[in-house]
Design a protein around this ligand. Sequence first.
Ligand code: DAK
Length: 258
Amino acid sequence: MPDYTDILTETHGRVGLVRLNRPKALNALRANLLAELLDALKAFDADDAIGAMVITGNERAFSAGADIKEMADASAVDLMNRGLSDGWQRISAIRKPIVAAVSGFALGGGCELALLCDLIVASETAQFGQPEITIGVIPGAGGTQRLTRILGKALAMEMVLNNRFLKADEALAHGLVNRAVAVESYLDEALALAGEIAARAPVAVRLGKEAVNKAYELSLAEGLAAEERAFYLLFSTEDQKEGMAAFIEKRAPIWRGK
Ligand code: DAK
């Protein structure tokens, strides 16, 4: 990995970890940070030795959102010309699963970045919010759409229109996060969860992620058809033959990602 200034990267077995690393600015997502994040995720996505990724911040903040100082003086055309949404779309196109390990603030674009991930492990101190209304705007990286689909209209409206924060226990109760755990262990839990997924049949993991995400975009009939095709496609992999043979022979499968 190259020398990054706004993130740190590590590998833990088959898991690639990206730490957002602008602690003084509560990991505000300036353009350089987003570019580095995308670069690191793409590198992990292309690496056969990696099966899943974790994105985290620090105990105080996952991220407090887009960098308000970088954005404050921009015109609408400036923002369009900066191609603001390209990076976000490319993050959502990463093929391997991404777990967000969230502690402290996950606000604005920080909340939306967590929502772009496939699973979220939260510390009990995590707070999810879309405070854009307090600075005269609304969410711009998916918050109004993804939160509404996950939480329903009532709560999404409160978050978007009235700066309502969700604490970890509420986020868990509403299905926004997978786990809410002690602050001492949120990163370890996220790494363990990512590690378990990374040890599974890689092509099936990839197609499983793709199929679940399609549920947000397609009609039920189209989604079911896409799932069915992906299921048949897996019968062209060595891993399907190996997985079913291992079951019948009562042994552990050895995945080859082929
Ligand atoms: N941007 C820049 N700096 C930030 C920041 C942010 N979002 N959040 C915090 N900081 C900086 C503060 O300015 C402060 O810096 P110094 O003054 O020390 O230099 C430092 O981090 C510590 O913050 P505080 O002193 O404010 O700390 P507190 O504990 O008192 O308060 C807070 C924590 C999280 C409640 C507060 O910092 C806060 O309200 N932050 C702003 C949260 C916010 O409004 N976030 C939404 C930003 S808008 C799009 C993609 C993305 C987006 C939009 C479009 N497209 C693809 C189209 C995203 C938009 C947003 O996220």
